[in-house]
Design a protein around this ligand. Sequence first.
Ligand code: SF4
Length: 411
Amino acid sequence: MSIAPPLYARPVREAASAAALTDDERSRILAKSAQFAPPSAVLPDGRRDLVGLSRAELTEILTEIGEKPFRTKQLWHWIYHQGATDFSRMSSIARPLQEKLAERFVVGRPQAATVQTSRDETRKFLFRFRDGQEAETVYIPDRREDRGAVCISSQVGCTLSCTFCHTGTQGLVRNLGAAEIVGQFMAARDSYGEWPSPKGETPRLLSTIVLMGMGEPLYNYENIAKAMKIIMDGEGIGLSRRRITLSTSGVIPMMDQCGEELGINLAISLHAVRDDLRDELVPLNRKYPIADLIAACRRYPAASNARRITFEYIMLRGVNDSEADARELVRLISGIPAKVNLIPFNPWPGSRFQPSTREQLDRFAAIVMDAGFASPIRMPRGRDILAACGQLRTESQRARRSSGAPGAENT
Ligand code: SF4
């Protein structure tokens, strides 16, 4: 007679994929990502969008039109500190140069195709980019204080097909460019009139960024990194790295680079504590399994007791919400400066999961909390406008590509 193994005897596979950490693997991911590159930032009339350029790139194109490098600082101030989109508003620049700039450049924004404000004041923007593709951005105000988080998309659609996520049903259309990523934040600030950029400790209404919208940000790393460097630049928007959190399903080779280069906070979409279940819920787990993912979290450079790694855990009734799951979660993350966000599942049309009961949520949270980890239950925001976690989806479709073009698989 065979004896069934205890439920959690071997929940995770051995950490074996050292190859995942090689430069080759990073290069492969970056090369694949480049196949989904955004369109050029040049308009049909030949003018170029200045948003999304690094300082060095801005200096280069100003030099090309015969302007001195100090103009970069001036323009940077007007674009990112003052939020100006019109060169004629840039009063420290003489009129002839304003006109010269306007002939050649624009300071662009994505177009808000729709803006919906929820009963709980969460605001969802559907932004349309120059090629007609769309992505969603959500502003989630803090209900007790005058601040809030802007949830930004990194891709149009997503390649990862997490089974609980509406965006995942869409497939990957393309990556968003740095201008489109920064542009989401700037356009959201336009909507609240939050210009010029507040300095230092001055309170901000749009006070944090979470890269948790549509897409897997670490499959669009170069554009994300460029955009975040622009947003963190102290002479412009000046948002601290401590106020930016990138959420990944676990693209391990890029996690290391993100920590070293950007030093922003990390959130992990964990959602399961056994490989067999996580393989199903977050299919990327087949490539980068739980043991490797947890090891990468342990060495994440920007993590500390003051800046904990967030583990996102969507609570699915009867799937991943047992007390045994909670205990295994605690064992897995033991020793990591971490908190656990428990996210009640937000149903979307056609989804096959049910949210956990309130009692089960509370039991799960209590086990995690008793082990010394904060375990807030994230009450869904913006549910009436489908703005809650995992509910974002657009009607954007990938343009038909000629034969030999890359497939949707980005992993
Ligand atoms: S949860 Fe994130 S990574 Fe997974 S399909 Fe949805 S958008 Fe993509």
